[in-house]
Design a protein. Structure first.
Length: 239
């Protein structure tokens, strides 16, 4: 995002990782604001959005990327685990969208991008809570996209396209993994260009589709531009 001159508000629970990401954005020429927030707290989400508006100006693009994934069988998925998954994976997105969407409608401009996964369209063993929330996020995205089209607001979804570190796993957690375990995940930074493209895009042909972040990022890296062939981008997506 910084590479294309964006002003970025970074919101997550771990301050050290936020600071590291802020430095990456700034090193590319962008401006970044790091805001440690527990995304289970709806009031904290609203406070972060208001702080962003105060510090960086009107918010034109929202990326909902937070998720927790507990790899456990359904019979061990107690109400606390179930509700935590909903609070982080779907309710945090709802609260952020509910605050920003009317402002985007009023300006006649905006982008809302919700990060899904393969768990948003098929089931996986030991992921009942996660799959349920990702299915819900895709439903929200597809319905909202239809309402948003007349207002020049683009609503899209994505999946990584490659296996990356779950957002619920911190860098401290990563330090405790074996080399074999680390090899299972790619660095999420390889998907950054796709987020930039979808944040700036407004072509409604792109709406209500799930994009392969890695392949779209590769397109941007290859061309060095956000001015991509829309039909080719769509070829890296599914409804």
């Amino acid at each position: 995002m910084g590479k294309f001159g964006a002003k970025v508000a970074l919101v997550a629970r771990t301050k050290s990782e936020l600071d590291e990401t802020r430095e990456l954005v700034e090193a590319e020429g962008g401006e970044a604001l790091a805001l440690p927030v527990d995304l289970r707290d709806s009031e904290a989400i609203l406070d972060a959005l208001k702080t962003t508006e105060k510090e960086l100006g009107p918010i034109s693009a929202l990326v909902n990327n937070a998720a927790v994934l507990d790899l456990i069988p359904f019979e061990e998925t107690d109400p606390d685990i179930w509700h935590r998954a909903f609070d982080v994976n779907i309710h945090s997105a709802y609260h952020a969208i509910r605050y920003l969407y009317p402002k985007m409608v009023e300006r006649g401009d905006g982008s809302i991008h919700n990060v899904s996964s393969a768990a948003g369209f098929k089931g996986f063993i030991n992921e009942s809570a996660y799959c349920t929330t990702k299915f819900a996020l895709e439903g929200l995205s597809k319905a909202l996209a239809l309402e948003a089209m007349p207002h020049n607001i683009l609503v899209t979804m994505s999946s990584p396209g490659i296996r990356t570190k779950p957002t619920s796993v911190t860098m401290e957690d990563m330090d405790n993994l074996s080399e074999e375990q680390l090899k299972e995940w790619a660095d999420p930074i390889v998907m950054g260009e796709a987020f930039a493209y979808l944040a700036y895009a407004r072509d409604q042909r792109l709406a209500a589709r799930r994009y392969d972040l890695y392949r779209v990022s590769e397109m941007v890296r290859k061309t060095g531009s956000l001015d991509l062939d829309v039909a080719e981008v769509i070829s890296f997506s599914r409804e």
